[in-house]
Design a protein around this ligand. Structure first.
Ligand code: NAP
Length: 212
């Protein structure tokens, strides 16, 4: 299908644009300053920055194009409102890697049985937001009130460890993203499913994995 990629020259967007083209999609790259040409697009993918997301989703909504948002820390409320009003589905996963979705699922399960937990998330030093969207989503799935520690260093990509503790034992659940290729299968899955989602913002890769 014809897919617009917002942020196609960025670190994730460039990997994604190439992977979507390899998977047979007709990719239209839209970067900062480019005309937002969505004619004929059946879906859009956004890996930009938080402030850019509402405008990009508004353009998609006006054109009736479902949008998959990978960018983290954007204003979810305004995006949901815009998408609902336009009757267009928007899908967001704070983390598009399948392993991270499973790590979050296992952490949520662990939190039902262990009394305390803390999250350590580690990312490259050019990441703009802290704590990461993945860490916040994990804490929420674990029932909230889980301390998050953020590390930003060169040499890292994206890593998270959830440590659960109880008397006499700890359980560590760790996920490491070693390259941005990790995000490709999740975005391809979202492209398959986004048209069947309800209008408005849907969040979380786990839901798409569970829908088979
Ligand atoms: P990046 O390298 O800075 O790339 C962002 C790109 O978007 C840049 O090329 C930037 O252009 C461009 N851009 C900015 N505003 C735009 C606009 N209005 N329209 C079109 N393009 C625009 O950042 P990144 O590392 O790829 O990360 C991008 C986002 O994805 C971040 O929010 C990050 O947290 C998130 N992320 C999510 C996942 C996930 O699985 N959900 C995984 C990794 C990263 P300029 O350079 O000219 O400003």
């Amino acid at each position: 299908m014809k897919v617009a990629v917002f942020g196609a020259r960025g670190k994730v967007g460039s990997v994604m644009a190439a992977a979507l083209a390899d998977a047979g999609h007709d990719v239209v790259g839209i970067d900062l300053g480019d005309p937002v040409a969505l004619e004929g697009c059946e879906a859009a993918v956004d890996f930009t920055q938080p402030d850019a997301v509402p405008g990009n989703v508004a353009a998609c909504a006006a054109a009736g194009v479902p949008c998959i948002v990978g960018t983290t820390a954007f204003d979810r409320e305004s995006v949901d409102r815009e998408a609902r009003q336009a009757g267009v589905p928007v899908f967001h996963a704070p983390n598009f890697s399948i392993g991270a979705a499973l790590m979050m699922r296992f952490a949520a399960e662990g939190a039902k049985h262990m009394p305390k937990a803390e999250i350590i998330e580690l990312h490259h030093d050019t990441k703009l937001d802290a704590p990461s969207g993945t860490a916040k989503a994990t804490a929420e799935l674990m029932g909230g009130n889980v301390p998050i520690h953020s590390v930003r260093l060169p040499g890292l990509v994206a890593h998270q460890e959830v440590i659960l503790g109880g008397p006499g034992q700890t359980l560590s659940i760790r996920h490491d993203t070693t390259s941005r290729e990790a995000f490709i299968p999740g975005v391809l899955l979202a492209l398959e499913k986004v048209h069947s989602l309800p209008p408005g913002l849907s969040v979380g890769l786990d839901k798409l994995l569970q829908s088979g």
